[in-house]
Design a protein around this ligand. Structure first.
Ligand SMILES: [Zn+2]
Length: 271
């Protein structure tokens, strides 16, 4: 079942703002969506020629999904492994549908298309888009993502990143107190591929066994007025590790989080 209107898809690939790297992501993702009954290409755009974001929706075929999770990659345009992993998880879900039991997933593989096409961290304006959320911003991609975060009211928000100052995997926890109980097993699963960063300070933040609580202001996160707070995880791989290993580490972490999410959420908020 292809839900994307073909005329819409043509308009997207004609979008003059998109370079060939983002287009190739769209081609691959749309092909996957075309082959899976449970995956839809539902790209986000404001107006013809305006900013757009690739978006895919996957929904548990076995029943009514109970939890809605957003997976976000490529807000820093030079962090390729998260982008590849966000597409690969769609492929894995279409092969092994049990990976997404009880879940509805919205995957945004390229949150900063200009940066991804230019292999640059920042957005087109030169700003770090991942410091611009929930303030006054003129950044088109950030506004689109804020609209998504408001409209979808995710139960879980997972952001994939890479860090060129770290030699290992680590993550940030925010939002619900359940978050830590998902990140720890995710780090454990991914540590079979890449070592954990166990330094007491990572990226200027105090860390406890590869986990940082809090982090920077203005990062991609749930709307400030959303209560109860969703699970919010940032997962980082070491930027200089081989790309394939980074992708596999992201995938291992994602699979573990998706697997545990319904279990841990249904056990309640008092862990
Ligand atoms: Zn990043």
């Amino acid at each position: 079942m292809i839900v994307t209107d073909p005329s819409l898809r043509d308009r997207i690939s004609d979008n003059p703002r998109l370079g060939h790297r983002t287009r190739s992501i769209l081609r691959y993702g749309d092909q996957l969506a075309g082959r899976s009954a449970y995956l839809e290409a539902l790209h986000v755009h404001e107006a013809p020629g305006g900013p757009m974001l690739p978006r895919y929706r996957w929904s548990d075929p076995s029943g009514k999904p109970a939890y809605r999770i957003g997976i976000f990659a490529g807000i820093h345009g030079d962090e390729q492994s998260g982008v590849v992993a966000a597409l690969q998880i769609l492929h894995h879900l279409s092969q092994e549908t049990h990976l997404g039991r009880f879940l509805e997933l919205f995957v945004y593989p390229v949150c900063n298309p200009w940066g991804f096409d230019a292999n640059r961290r920042e957005g087109e304006s030169g700003k770090d888009l991942n410091r611009c959320f929930w303030g006054e911003t003129e950044e088109g991609e950030v506004r689109l993502l804020e609209q998504e975060l408001r409209a979808k009211r995710f139960d879980g928000i997972i952001a994939l990143h890479t860090d060129d100052t770290s030699e290992g995997i680590y993550g940030y926890v925010n939002g619900s107190t359940l978050t830590r109980h998902l990140l720890e097993p995710a780090l454990h699963a991914a540590s079979s591929l890449l070592p954990r960063d166990v330094r007491p300070e990572i990226d200027t933040h105090r860390a406890d066994r590869s986990i940082i609580t809090g982090g920077y202001r203005g990062i991609l996160a749930s709307p400030p007025d959303q209560h109860p707070k969703p699970v919010e995880i940032v997962f980082e791989t070491p930027h200089h590790a081989p790309l394939g290993l980074q992708v596999e580490a992201h995938l291992a972490a994602l699979k573990e989080i998706l697997h545990l999410f319904p279990q841990i959420s249904s056990q309640g908020m008092d862990i």
